[in-house]
Design a protein around this ligand. Sequence first.
Ligand SMILES: Nc1ncnc2c1ncn2[C@@H]1O[C@H](COP(=O)(O)OP(=O)(O)OP(=O)(O)O)[C@@H](O)[C@H]1O
Ligand SMILES: [Mg+2]
Length: 428
Amino acid sequence: MSTAIALHAPIEAASRAARSAPAADAARADAMEATLRALVDAVPTATLLFDADQQVRYANPAARVLARLCAPDKADRPLAVVGDWHPELLNSGALHLCSMHGSWSGEVILGVGRGQHKILLLHLSRVGADLFGMTVRDITQDSMRESELHARNAELEVAYAKLQGAQEQVMQSEKLASIGQLAAGVAHEINNPIGYVNSNLSTLQRYISQLFSAIQSYEAALAGGAGATEAESIRRKLDLDFLVGDVPQLLSESREGIDRVCKIVRDLKDFARKERSEDWIKADIHRGLDSTLNIIWNELKYKAQIVKTFGELPPVECLPSELNQVFMNVLMNAGQAIRDQGIITVTTSVAGERVRVDIGDDGEGIPPDVLPRVFDPFFTTKPVGSGTGLGLAISYGIVSKHHGTIEVSSTPGQGTLLRIELPIAQPR
Ligand SMILES: Nc1ncnc2c1ncn2[C@@H]1O[C@H](COP(=O)(O)OP(=O)(O)OP(=O)(O)O)[C@@H](O)[C@H]1O
Ligand SMILES: [Mg+2]
C-alpha cells in the first residue's frame, strides 16, 4: 500500500505544477526507484546487484537469507563480496558467459555443511556496463520432489509390468483350468471313435487271416487240379462275398474315426495355444466357433440343441485362441443357464465395419439387479467351487483388447443374449 502511495503522491504533486519540470522528473524517478525497491524487497527470490569485482551493491532480504545459508560460519561478518558467500556459488565461467551473451542460467549444487546440500537455480544478467544482476531460487525441494516422482514413476512402471504379467498368467491359467474341466468330456469324445477303430481293427485282423487261408485253400485246390465247384465251396465256407463288402466299409469308418480324433486334438491345440500379443492374424471366426463347440460339446449335448445361423463373414484380424476362450466362456454360461433342455443359438453377421456374434440361450435369464455386475471380476451366482466369476471378466478384457464390444441383455425366465462385436480390421 505504502508503495502505491509513494508512487502516486509525487505525480499528483507534479500535476499541481508546484515544482519545476526537472525537479518533478527527479521526484518521479525517486518514487519509481522506491517502488521497484519495495517490489524487489518483497519477492521471495534472492535478488542482488553486484559489480565486476563482485562487490554487492544491493541485496534483497531473500538474498541476505541466502548469504547466511551459504556461509553460516560468517554470519557475523558483512558479506559484501559475492565470492565470499560460497566458493561454488558464482564461478568465473558463468560470469564470463554472462558478460559475453548478456545473460546466463544454470543450476548449482552447494554443500552447506553437515552432509547437506542445496540445489540453486541461478540467473545472471548484465544490467549495466559494470553491473550484474543475479536471481537465485532454492529448488532443492522441487528437485527432491521431482526425483521422488521419477522414482515413484519407475516403481509404478515395474508394478504395472508385473501386473500385466500376472493378468496374462491368470488368463492363461483360467484357460488351462477350463480345459482341465473339459478334459473328461474331451477324453470321452476321443474315446468313442478310438473304441470303434480298435474294434474294427480286430475284425479286420480276423478278415485278413480268413483271406490268407482262402488264398492257401485256392492254391492247394489248384495244385490238385480242382474245378470250379470246389473253388465255390471254399468261397462260401469262408464267406468271401461278405468280406469283400465289409472290409472297405470298416476301413472308411476307421478313417473317419481317426479323422475325428485328429480334429479334436487339433481343436484342443488351437484352443490351448498361448498366443503372444504380436500373433494377430486374419482368422475365420466360424472355424473358431466350430472348434470351440466341438471341445465343449460333451458339456452341452445332453441339455442343449445348438442352432447355428452363420452369415457370410470376412476374415477377422484377431488373436484366435483368445477369441475361442471368449466363445467358450459365453457358450458354457449359456449351457449352465439351461436347467433341463433348451436351445442355444449362435448367429453371425456383418454390421458395417464389424462382425457380430450373437450367442443366445433360453435358460433361466439374469435378474435386473445382477445384470450390471456380470462382467465384474469374481462375480458369480454359482455355488462355491463351481464358478470363479472370471469367465465374463476375462472375456470382456479380451474383446476390449480387440477394440470390440460385448453386451448382455436378458429377460428373467426367458433367456439371455450375449452380443459380441469385433472390428474386421484393427485400428492402426
Ligand atoms: N447366459 C447366462 N444366463 C444366465 N446367467 C448368466 C449367463 N451368463 C452369465 N450369467 C451370470 O453372470 C455371472 C458371471 O458369469 P461368469 O462367466 O463371469 O462367471 P461364472 O460363470 O459364475 O464362473 P466361471 O465362468 O468363472 O466358471 C454368472 O455367475 C451368472 O450369474
Ligand atoms: Mg462362466
